[in-house]
Design a protein around this ligand. Structure first.
Ligand SMILES: [Zn+2]
Length: 255
């Protein structure tokens, strides 16, 4: 199955010639298009690495799209750093493989292709790209991060442990902007809250509610109004119910 998919993708890639990006010397020389992604790269030109990554991104496209019932209307831009590290000026943790800042950026070398964690990274960053496209950027960071983490298919225990240790909760409406602006000690709590709030939203209101929520946000609806549309209660009531859901399970103190 995987081999067949690879052959199909390779055929598509061969049919779509890698196009010269133009005369601007600031732009990478070439780009590669798969069915749903456009990949440019910095570093050594390595078409085989690019194609292998595009195949795995197409897999993330199918998995995440099925779950959220959403598929972008145009190709998703991806920038690949083929030597496996981000440029020194990028404010990314040294261990990070991916980030989304309007386009997916991946720091992946051949060595990383064999790592299972790579698919986790791809699903996470692709989820950000999909949600950004679906909501036109009108999305609280906690919702986008929570959905991206849930798409990784990892267990929920770590987030509950982080929240339990923190002993306090940052209000969700204080987690609408970039987590980069938070004090460093609050960042892991912000991610843990994002994850548990999305898991609660999914468990209590279902995937259909999340799909409608993203649609409303794409229609430029205010978040507090949009969450009321899908939960039937106010944003404050949603936050209270989410915090109550964590009490007694080692999750967090309310307050
Ligand atoms: Zn993220």
């Amino acid at each position: 199955m995987a081999t067949r998919r690879l052959l199909i993708l390779s055929a598509v890639l061969l049919a779509l010639t890698a196009a010269a990006a133009g005369a601007d010397p600031a732009l990478p020389l070439r780009k590669y298009d798969s069915r749903h992604f456009t990949m440019r790269f910095e570093g050594r030109e390595d078409p085989a690495l690019v194609w292998a990554l595009l195949e795995r991104l197409e897999s993330a496209y199918r998995d995440v799209g099925r779950r959220l019932g959403a598929f972008p209307g145009s190709r998703v831009p991806v920038m690949l750093y083929t030597d496996g590290t981000f440029p020194a000026h990028a404010s990314v943790p040294h261990w990070a493989q991916g980030l989304f800042d309007g386009q997916i950026r991946l720091a992946v070398s051949w060595a990383a292709l064999s790592e299972e964690s790579l698919d986790t990274t791809l699903r996470h960053e692709y989820t950000h790209a999909l949600i950004h496209a679906r909501t036109r950027g009108n999305v609280p960071t906690w919702l986008s991060e929570g959905l991206a983490i849930v798409a990784e298919d990892r267990g929920a225990d770590e987030a509950r442990r982080v929240m339990g240790n923190a002993g306090h909760v940052i209000p969700l409406d204080a987690l609408h902007g970039s987590f980069m602006a938070l004090p460093p000690t609050q960042v892991s709590l912000a991610y843990a809250e994002s994850e548990t709030a999305v898991r609660y939203l999914l468990a209590r209101h279902g995937e259909a509610a999340v799909r409608i929520l993203l649609t409303r946000l794409g229609e430029a609806r205010d978040f507090a109004a949009a969450i009321q549309d899908v939960t039937g209660g106010t944003y404050a009531e949603f936050q209270s119910a989410w915090k109550r859901s964590l009490v007694g399970t080692g999750g967090a103190s309310s307050g």
